[in-house]
Design a protein around this ligand. Structure first.
Ligand SMILES: Nc1nc2c(ncn2[C@@H]2O[C@H](COP(=O)(O)OP(=O)(O)OP(=O)(O)O)[C@@H](O)[C@H]2O)c(=O)[nH]1
Ligand SMILES: [Zn+2]
Length: 210
């Protein structure tokens, strides 16, 4: 059994990981973005990513999505969660509003893809997302947001409108140098495959779906 918060399993999300390593323009279906890679280790395989609108103005209240990695949803379009659709929507909003999508490598709320798949298997026997994490010996949510604040600070941003329904994410930003002036909801319509996942988010994790 893994101990709570075992550091080996957690990605580097300290402020040190907010070091800019490389960037290039990436043309996406939503328009061009500057893709900037951030990591503590210069050769990191999985750096954090900022997708920055080329005309982003750091002196405005920048629209920002801080999205945690979900390989199942973001990449393969899994219907078990709302991540893929939220990511697409966030990119569209950032493209229209000269904003930023910060993509953090905190797969599975920080437990990694192997453990998330184990959690899914437990969920298929009747546990909810929280119970499955706890059963595997993990925190309910092992994520940290210092690196996101560091990335925004590196981009010269100090005031943001944060796209989230997650009160804990909002609270985490309350402690950092970047001020959240407004929360913007990012609500995906439930489908039968993700209904119980979204229900757990709403009733057990306090996510704001209204
Ligand atoms: N452990 C675990 N992680 C999950 C499960 N379903 C999704 N995730 C992870 O949950 C995270 C979702 O992160 P975000 O998209 O930033 O969103 P959020 O914290 O739900 O809050 P919002 O900003 O409101 O979307 C990703 O890291 C997913 O991989 C699950 O059943 N178990
Ligand atoms: Zn997901």
């Amino acid at each position: 059994m893994v101990e709570h918060g075992d550091p080996i399993l957690l990605p580097d999300t300290s402020a040190a990981a907010a070091t800019r390593r490389a960037e290039a323009i990436i043309p996406t279906p939503y328009g061009d973005f500057r893709m900037i890679a951030y990591s503590e280790d210069p050769d990191a395989y999985a750096p954090h990513i900022a997708m920055v609108h080329p005309e982003m103005d750091p002196d405005t209240e920048v629209i920002v999505r801080v999205h945690s990695e979900c390989i199942t949803g973001d990449l393969f379009g899994s219907k078990r969660c709302d991540c893929g659709e939220q990511l697409n929507r966030a990119l569209r909003i950032a493209a229209a509003g000269k904003g930023i999508v910060v993509y953090l490598r905190q797969e599975g709320r920080g437990i990694g893809i192997i453990n998330k798949l184990k959690a899914y298997q437990l969920q298929d026997t009747g546990l909810d997302t929280i119970e499955a994490n706890v059963h595997l010996g993990f925190e309910i949510d092992a994520r940290h947001y210092e690196v996101a604040q560091g990335i925004l600070a590196d981009l010269g941003v100090s005031k943001i409108q944060l796209l989230t329904n997650n009160p804990e994410k909002l609270e985490a930003f309350g402690e950092g140098p970047v001020e959240v002036v407004r929360r913007l909801p990012i609500i995906v319509d439930p489908i039968k495959e993700n209904r119980s996942y979204l229900r757990t988010k709403e009733f057990s994790m306090g996510h704001l779906f209204k």
